[in-house]
Design a protein around this ligand. Structure first.
Ligand SMILES: NC(=O)c1ccc[n+]([C@@H]2O[C@H](COP(=O)([O-])OP(=O)(O)OC[C@H]3O[C@@H](n4cnc5c(N)ncnc54)[C@H](O)[C@@H]3O)[C@@H](O)[C@H]2O)c1
Length: 339
């Protein structure tokens, strides 16, 4: 089968490409715009081993209404897995327009081209954030109302609704996956786990929003990748699946765990003003994915965190090349404004 993976040079897309090359015989075509979050270096060893046989890279934008149909034809694509997105909530507060463009308009462009081309399965990689915020109890189910609170979440929820409409109106075979917070190798250090690692490594203060009371469910990235593979194999048209890691933690506790693994002082923690619209708690009920797909997360949080920190420690070159980029300037300014 030929699978078009969009956003394959980002965090989850990269892990998915490695996972699928190891765990399947499929051919993968990676379409990526190479934004600040896309890194060709992530896939250097894939290029060396599989380029031109089971792996092909195409530099381009999912919003490009000429390029996408051409690629679907050129590679006789059977399945699309759409990871491509602007993915950082903080940035979406500053620059919402590009989130609407890539996440909503881009998904529409992919859906329409895929419908015209008769694609057999379209997997839209969505997020728990489309459901909004929970109180102290309960968890999100697939039929929980969509109530996004950030421009990022709203752009993803809009894409989910377009997917739904394409299924209802055209019987186009879409599956939506909604997953909780991923962590693991290759994650861009604007997100909590690698940000904490990077700043702690260099003995810099670690910013925490509010009192660090916000709760997220954490899933190791390879568990998410396995869930998506199961969807390719088993999910029916119009289906929606939640994925989670059964690991709810306060942000402050996640940071303390990382500092402990690294043998660093908790004194590095610096509380900053909370960000606007900050959801208090997410938690996922993924009973349906267990029942229909046989999905179960396999990596425990503490084990996954250790794997992740070790990966970053062993990949200093990757970390340093990213640290010298634009993100540092954005993040430093962002947190300084909140001190
Ligand atoms: N990271 C998480 O915890 C998480 C959780 C649930 C869902 N998701 C979803 O998973 C997907 C991947 O997330 P991630 O953390 O890997 O993101 P990321 O920011 O690390 O990577 C995004 C990738 O998409 C590419 N891209 C962006 N806009 C594009 C465009 N218009 N055309 C082509 N490529 C484009 C970037 O270059 C980059 O390689 C996103 O759709 C996100 O909403 C992420």
């Amino acid at each position: 089968m030929n699978i078009l993976v969009t956003g394959g040079c980002g965090f989850i897309g990269t892990n998915f490409i490695y996972f699928m090359l190891n765990e399947s015989q499929h051919t993968l075509i990676n379409l990526d715009k190479l934004t600040y979050a896309g890194n060709l270096e992530n896939l250097r060893s894939v290029e060396e081993r599989y380029a031109g046989t089971r792996y092909f890279f195409e530099h381009g934008d999912i919003c490009d209404a000429e390029l996408v149909p051409d690629l679907l034809k050129k590679y006789s694509i059977d399945v699309i897995v759409n990871f491509a997105a602007e993915s950082h909530v903080d940035r979406s507060i500053n620059e919402p327009g590009m989130f609407i463009q890539s996440n909503t308009q881009g998904t529409y462009n992919l859906l329409e081209a895929s419908r015209q081309a008769g694609i057999k399965k379209f997997i839209q990689v969505s997020t728990d954030e489309v459901y909004g915020s929970l109180g102290p109890q309960g968890s999100f189910k697939e039929d929980s109302p969509l109530a996004p609170n950030s421009p990022y979440a709203a752009s993803k929820a809009s894409a989910d609704l377009l997917c739904r409409a394409f299924f209802k109106t055209y019987h186009f075979p879409v599956t939506i996956t909604r997953c909780s917070n991923n962590y693991g190798p290759f994650q861009f250090p604007e997100k909590l786990v690698p940000l904490t690692f990077l700043r702690a490594r260099d003995n810099e203060s670690i910013p925490v929003y509010g009192q660090g009371e916000n709760i997220r469910d954490w899933i190791y990235v390879s568990d998410h990748c396995r869930g998506i593979k199961l969807c390719i194999e088993k999910a029916g048209p119009g289906s929606i699946y939640n994925f989670g890691g059964n690991a709810e933690y306060k942000n402050l506790d996640v940071i303390k765990k990382i500092l402990d693994i690294m043998g660093k002082s908790h004194k590095l923690i610096r509380f900053v003003q909370d960000r606007p619209g900050h959801d208090l708690r997410y938690a996922m009920d993924f009973t349906l994915a267990k029942k229909d797909l046989g999905f179960e997360p396999s990596v425990k949080f503490t084990e996954g965190l250790e794997l992740t920190i070790n990966w970053y420690l062993n990949n200093n070159k990757w970390v340093d090349s990213i640290k010298s980029g634009d993100y540092i300037r954005f993040m430093d300014k962002w947190y300084k404004e909140r001190e």
